[in-house]
Design a binder for this molecule. Structure first.
Ligand SMILES: [Zn+2]
Length: 88
């Protein structure tokens, strides 16, 4: 049986169910965006898809920690919108 790689949510720390996996990428140009394909190049951060965790992008600065960079507030808001509009 093939082992499914598990990811840890950057906000709540729970192990993520693959169905709900939300991937956010920071590419080498420094652009941060929601990656619905899971295949975009760059450093990935994962969220479990709970609304509270998506809100944590803004409220808990989760992406700053995940990417070890100062993410602009407008980028956080944009990524949150991308996730809310783009996930199934
Ligand atoms: Zn979470």
């Amino acid at each position: 049986m093939k082992k499914i790689p598990q990811r840890t949510c950057i906000v709540c720390g729970n192990k993520i169910d693959k169905r709900n996996l939300v991937r956010v990428v920071k590419n080498k140009e420094g652009r941060i965006f929601f990656d619905p394909t899971g295949k975009a190049n760059g450093r990935g951060a994962y969220l479990c898809g709970e609304d509270a965790c998506i809100e944590g992008i803004l409220k808990k600065n989760a992406l700053n920690r995940a990417f070890k960079t100062d993410v602009a507030e407008e980028d956080k808001i944009r990524v949150m919108e991308e996730i809310k509009n783009g996930r199934k």
